[in-house]
Write a protein that binds this ligand. Structure first.
Ligand SMILES: *Cc1c(COP(=O)(O)O)cnc(C)c1O
Length: 397
């Protein structure tokens, strides 16, 4: 059957206002990178997050933010970092690249994110840091996790790539940890034309290193120069952390993307509320089908970036469901987040072992529904009706 609903790689449709903002930035930005739009995006973002001004840094994507966070951890050989096995690969490999050994933590079977308990289980004397990932858009138990980190002197880096705008009692995802990262990738609830990211650094001294690390080690000269052109336009210096040099890169994001990001912050709460409203509507419409177990969170702790469910009948039923949805209804569901220890990449690096039975069990029976914000109302109702019909047919079969 012809495809009716794709699992789209694009999340949202831009408004005419947002398009006009992009065009305006195209016409007027000078320069086209590292200018006033970036400053504005960072300022508005820190306000939105209710964190100190100057603590948020726009970068080209979430992965670049993770690379920077990893560098700022200053790992020594043998240092371990606790990461959920059930997450996107970029939550993990930047830390390996910068010297840490990953140790996989399990998830809670209902919330599908790590908890203080699953983290505590894998703490060793070598543990230096923890990466709670607010997967699917649900904020992990950050107060408890921060308490555990304080007790064990661990650095906490929140991966809030999927969780912009979600909060716990008004405190935003990505404002609890020592550092946090956000993604504005094409698929995320807020996207800056396909790529974009943000790094949050709580500690003021550490924060000072970010502009240089982000931009080739560039930094201004002091003011006491004989001429503005000598010895050169700007200085290049070596960023030092705890007496050790850090290598910079260029992780900059363009001005047009920043202009759009700042503009979209005006609409992100509305987008999240609409997604959450739809998620609850779909979950409640399927309440008489216990075959599918959803995570129902009617408040702002979940932004429903993604809508995932566990097929309680097991993997065979899951696979028959996916096939029927695809072949008979033209709806593409997907299976996501293969536990990282099961990927060739991590196995070949020697990180193929994990004791994460809940992550494995969830992954092996999960379904992720197409849930892009720009689904039409008709498509959304067709999705609900198709899930109901398919589950009914599978009961008969
Ligand atoms: C999207 C995502 C990232 C990476 O973000 P990019 O902007 O694509 O580099 C990291 N972690 C998680 C959990 C993500 O979903």
């Amino acid at each position: 059957m012809k495809q009716k609903i794709n699992f789209s790689g694009r999340a949202i449709k831009y408004t005419e206002d947002e398009i006009a903002t992009v065009v305006e930035a195209m016409r007027t930005a000078e320069p086209l990178t590292q200018g006033r739009y970036m400053a504005e995006f960072e300022r508005k973002f820190s306000q939105y997050q209710n964190v100190e001004e100057g603590s948020c840094f726009a970068v080209m994507n979430g992965c670049a933010a993770l690379e920077l966070a990893a560098q700022l951890c200053d790992f020594k050989p043998g240092d371990e970092i606790i990461i959920p096995s059930h997450t996107f690969t970029a939550s993990a490999y930047p830390f390996i690249k910068h010297g840490a050994t990953p140790v996989w933590a399990d998830i809670d079977p209902l919330t599908r994110v790590v908890t203080a308990e699953t983290i505590e289980k894998v703490i060793t004397p070598r543990t230096r840091a923890v990466v709670p990932v607010h997967l699917y858009g649900y904020v992990a138990d950050m107060p408890e996790i921060m308490e555990l980190c304080a007790k064990n002197r661990l650095i906490c880096i929140e991966d809030a790539a999927q969780a912009i705008g979600a909060d716990i009692n008004g405190k935003k995802a990505g404002s609890f940890g020592d550092m946090a990262i956000f993604s504005f990738h094409s698929h995320k609830n807020l996207t800056t034309l396909g790529e974009g990211g943000m790094l949050y650094v709580a500690e003021p001294e550490t924060r000072k290193l970010v502009p240089m690390l982000r931009h080739n080690g560039h930094c201004p000269y002091g003011d006491d120069r004989p001429n503005y052109w000598t010895p050169a336009m700007g200085n290049v210096d070596l960023p030092m952390l705890n007496g050790r040099p850090l290598m910079p890169s260029n992780y900059s994001i363009g001005e047009v993307e920043c202009a759009l990001g700042a503009k979209m912050l005006d609409r992100i709460d509305e987008i999240n509320a609409q997604k959450r409203g739809r998620a609850i509507r779909l979950i409640d419409a399927l309440a008489d089908f216990p075959e599918l177990e959803f995570h129902r969170v009617p408040d702002s702790r979940h932004n429903y970036h993604l809508l995932a469910a566990r097929m309680k009948g097991g993997q065979k039923l899951r696979d028959r469901f996916m096939a029927r949805m695809h072949d008979e209804k033209g709806i593409k569901c997907v299976v996501q987040y293969l536990p990282l220890n099961r990927y060739d990449f991590y196995r070949k690096l020697g990180y193929g072992k994990a004791d994460c039975p809940q992550a494995d069990a969830f992954f092996d029976t999960m379904v992720s529904f197409p849930f892009q914000h720009w689904l039409g109302d008709d498509e959304f109702e067709y999705l609900i009706a198709s899930i109901r019909q398919t589950l009914e047919e599978l009961r008969q079969a």
